[in-house]
Ligand binder design. Structure first.
Ligand SMILES: [Zn+2]
Length: 315
């Protein structure tokens, strides 16, 4: 039996079930929360997030992977409380989001690894809850010196812990292959990596170049219609299934029960499908409608997540 650390305890990988591989229970700037204790109302947020997680559960979701990195305000207490109230299997992440932060400049990768490894082997925030996955990110600036260091940190954490790697990319700048290059140089087996946000792209040649190197790709922003509407996302997914890549894709929304990036904007109005329900409610039915086989749907939603977490070897 293989297990993966969940926030409520170890999860048998056979019990992961339908898994959303890239979501966020909370994104809130940790420095602003520290400076202004009422930046968010934790109890109100827990209630709202619990309702959203329960709605996903009612639709058959078995596990939610919370890919919030430390510096986007990962809050284990809140993640755990929501998981407990909704009785949902949730896997938390460690890692640092892309950021050209001054404090990072002088840190050598392995000094950062020494700190972050604690999340994977001891527990997060002084608890005994271990992270089950490693997050890293490259955005529009590309693989800068600092970003390369953060990718190296993620690679070293992976090699020391065996936990899988999952990334954020900016597909406009086509940074997925550059991330793969860094991981390859660091000795990472690219089949242990999910290159995230690939569903933002309709460029099949770009996507196939990532797939050809063995990585999974995250079709993981369903509901972010402002970048690409669901219809186009589904068309790309259907075509990649037709080309035989269902075994290398995972589905999710990259949705946040709360995010403090868009003040004054009602996200339920601007992005009405950006929630934990859209894949179950609309995307899977659209795939079936387009002729994607039940076996391929099961691969992308159940079997691939299981393989990603089961391959963790000594972890
Ligand atoms: Zn995300």
């Amino acid at each position: 039996m293989a297990t993966v650390p969940g926030v409520l305890g170890p999860i048998d990988t056979a019990d992961l079930g339908f898994t959303l591989m890239h979501e966020h229970i909370l994104i809130a700037n940790p420095a602003m929360r520290k400076a202004f204790p009422d930046w968010i109302d934790p109890e109100a947020h827990v209630e709202k997030a619990t309702a959203e997680v329960l709605a996903a559960k009612q639709r058959g979701v078995g596990t939610i992977v919370d890919l919030t990195p430390i510096n986007l305000g990962r809050d284990l207490g809140i993640i755990r409380e929501v998981a407990a109230r909704a009785e949902m299997q949730v896997i938390a992440a460690t890692g640092l989001y892309w950021a050209e932060e001054p404090w990072l400049l002088a840190w050598p990768p392995d000094a950062l690894v020494d700190w972050l490894l604690r999340d994977l082997v001891e527990g997060i925030e002084g608890s005994d809850v271990r992270a089950g996955i490693i997050k890293c990110a490259t955005d529009h600036l590309g693989v800068t010196e600092t970003n390369e260091k953060l990718l190296q940190v993620a690679a070293h954490l992976h090699r020391k812990s065996g936990a899988p790697l999952s990334t954020h990319t900016n597909v406009e700048q086509r940074v997925g292959p550059e991330q793969q290059n860094v991981f390859e140089r660091e000795g990472v087996d690219l089949s242990r990596v999910v290159i995230g946000h690939c569903g933002d792209s309709q460029d099949l040649a770009y996507l196939e170049s990532i797939l050809a190197r063995g990585s999974f790709i995250g079709m993981d922003r369903f509901g972010v219609d402002l970048i690409l509407p669901t219809k186009q996302r589904v068309e790309t997914l259907v075509e990649l299934c037709r080309r035989g890549y269902a075994g290398q894709m995972v589905l999710s929304h990259d949705a946040c029960c709360h995010i403090d990036w868009f003040p004054g904007i009602d996200l339920t109005a601007v992005a009405p499908h950006w929630n934990f329900r859209h894949v179950c409610d609309d995307v899977v039915p659209a795939l079936r409608e387009a002729g994607v086989s039940e076996a391929d749907v099961t691969k992308m939603t159940v079997e691939n997540p299981r393989r990603i977490f089961e391959a963790q070897g000594a972890y």
